[in-house]
Design a protein. Structure first.
Length: 193
């Protein structure tokens, strides 16, 4: 059983006329406690130190890890200096994540129309990849929101990492990965679908 302390809220998006409401999770913002701050600081510092122990052939991973660690490091610094002035709440973040996720899912046919559909794969493969991408994102978004809500209910200290690293960039990478996989399929001239 999940120990999620949240309620369902309904937001009225103003971007489209056909979506009347967007459900999202509402929860109270919790500033980081001293224990949460120090544990996050220790984990960030340990991961940074571990990046120096990786072999030189993993240079891209080392720099990626260090770049990612900049986000929690700046969040720690911010919440150490100005914790009460954090302007965002888990409510607004959850609402934005759901709204942006729905908007991204609805733009998949347009994105593929500009990138994937220009290749000669046949209508069946194009429709299949589009349907698979929309279905994958449609199943992934609620799980992403739920997992992020579990972290956000603990403290708002994790919100910058959730937003910058595990928010929409993950959904965009899913689209890129699936379209890249679709590009590896045989062209229609080589094989009929």
């Amino acid at each position: 059983m999940l120990r999620l302390r949240a309620e369902i809220g309904l937001a009225e998006p103003h971007l489209t006329g056909f979506i009347r409401f967007v459900p999202y999770l509402r929860m109270e913002p919790v500033l980081p406690s001293a224990e949460a701050w120090w544990l996050t600081f220790a984990a960030t510092l340990a991961l940074f130190a571990a990046s120096f122990l990786l072999p030189g052939r993993l240079i891209p991973i080392i720099y990626l890890l260090r770049g990612i660690l900049l986000v929690p490091a700046t969040a720690l610094l911010y919440f150490d200096l100005l914790p009460a002035r954090f302007p965002h709440t888990p409510d607004s973040y959850m609402q934005g994540l759901v709204t942006a996720g729905i908007a991204l899912i609805s733009t998949v046919p347009l994105l593929f129309g500009l990138t994937y559909y220009i290749f000669d794969f046949g209508l069946g493969k194009k429709a299949l990849l589009t349907a698979m991408t929309i279905a994958h994102l449609g199943l992934f978004l609620p799980l992403q929101v739920l997992l992020q809500a579990l972290f956000s209910q603990k403290t708002v200290l994790f919100m910058p990492v959730l937003y910058i690293i595990f928010g929409m960039p993950v959904n965009i990478l899913i689209i890129i990965a699936l379209s890249s996989w679709g590009i590896t399929w045989f062209f229609r001239s080589a094989q009929k679908f």
